[in-house]
Write a protein of this length. Structure first.
Length: 317
């Protein structure tokens, strides 16, 4: 028996709702993402489990997790939804239009500095494209969160099987305000940083050290330097503002502070040292799943973002 159009639409809605609940880990969080009432989400999942005759989710007062059957069903459901999205993209591309919803994941500070200013231009060029921004400093799974494209700093894990387009350099620098350096002097060696107030990004392991290596010596060892300071935050822009205010030396991404450096609000220090050398120094990338390689809306967004980064003076190398 051939399913009716309404039945097919209901099935796709079920799959989307189920995958959203599984990724969000709860009905309320999924409802917020879907823009519907929590009771509506609950009814959809109840009906789905009743129709299938199997429990897909373990429910408790604190969390929702997948059952063994649910994990297998989620894999198949995500694959079906990805194929549907790819089919939509293919039709749109043949029509020569850029439209639909594009879910983008990006770090909040980066989005505020570079994605938000390009939104008016994106609206003018592609008026039928709807942008859904998911802002977080954590690396999320694109398939689980139904993300079309993500902005990531550093190297891309080859095991993730993602397409990565290099957008710009991701180099960290040490910097401080002219007023701070006038009061406390300019550090010139890693050891001298111990005498300075250092503005530290909060890490889960609470590491209070910076790693530096001389640039002019390829065989130089990485020096781990203990640091101290009165300001610690999990937001890079807060540290940037603290540095501009003269509260200490900061280690920040060049793309975050380049405007302050150009304006003289901040000055680079110890430029002959590479700062925290490692996989994060590789580049800034736009990443997306392999099956979205031909997506016109992804290409339109990434092309425009690269254009705006270039206008802002963010180097590609």
């Amino acid at each position: 028996m051939i399913a009716s159009r309404k039945d097919s639409m209901d099935r796709f809605a079920e799959l989307k709702t189920f995958c959203t609940v599984a990724a969000a880990g709860g009905f309320s969080a999924a409802a917020r993402q879907l823009g519907v009432a929590t009771s509506s989400v609950t009814r959809v999942i109840d009906a789905l489990e009743e129709r299938l005759g199997v429990a897909l989710l373990n429910r408790s007062t604190r969390s929702v997790t997948l059952t063994e059957a649910g994990r297998g069903y989620q894999e198949d459901a995500l694959r079906i939804l990805e194929q549907l999205e790819a089919a939509d993209d293919a039709v749109t591309e043949r029509a020569g239009e850029v439209k639909g919803v594009l879910r983008v994941a990006a770090p909040p500070t980066f989005a505020a500095l570079y994605i938000a200013p390009m939104l008016p231009d994106l609206r003018v060029r592609h008026p039928q494209l709807t942008l859904d921004l998911c802002l977080s400093n954590t690396v999320i799974n694109l398939a689980d969160e139904s993300i079309d494209v993500a902005i990531r700093m550093g190297s891309v894990d080859p095991e993730a099987r993602l397409v990565a387009r290099r957008l710009a350099a991701h180099q960290r620098v040490l910097c401080a305000s002219p007023a701070y350096l006038k009061r406390h002097g300019t550090p010139r060696t890693p050891q001298e940083l111990a005498d300075h107030d250092c503005l530290q990004f909060s890490f889960t392991e609470n590491r209070r050290s910076w790693r530096l290596r001389r640039k002019d010596d390829p065989d130089a060892a990485v020096e781990e330097v203990p640091i101290r300071g009165v300001v610690q935050a999990d937001n890079a822009d807060v540290l940037r503002q603290a540095a501009v205010a003269g509260l200490g030396v900061a280690m920040l991404a060049h793309w975050l502070v380049h405007a302050d450096l150009r304006a003289g609000r901040l000055l680079r220090v110890m430029e002959d040292y590479a700062v925290n050398p490692g996989p994060m120094d590789v580049a800034m990338h736009a990443v997306y799943q392999e099956n979205r390689r031909g997506s016109q809306k992804i290409r339109a967004f990434v092309d425009l973002l690269a254009e705006h980064l270039g206008r802002a003076g963010i180097p590609e190398a």
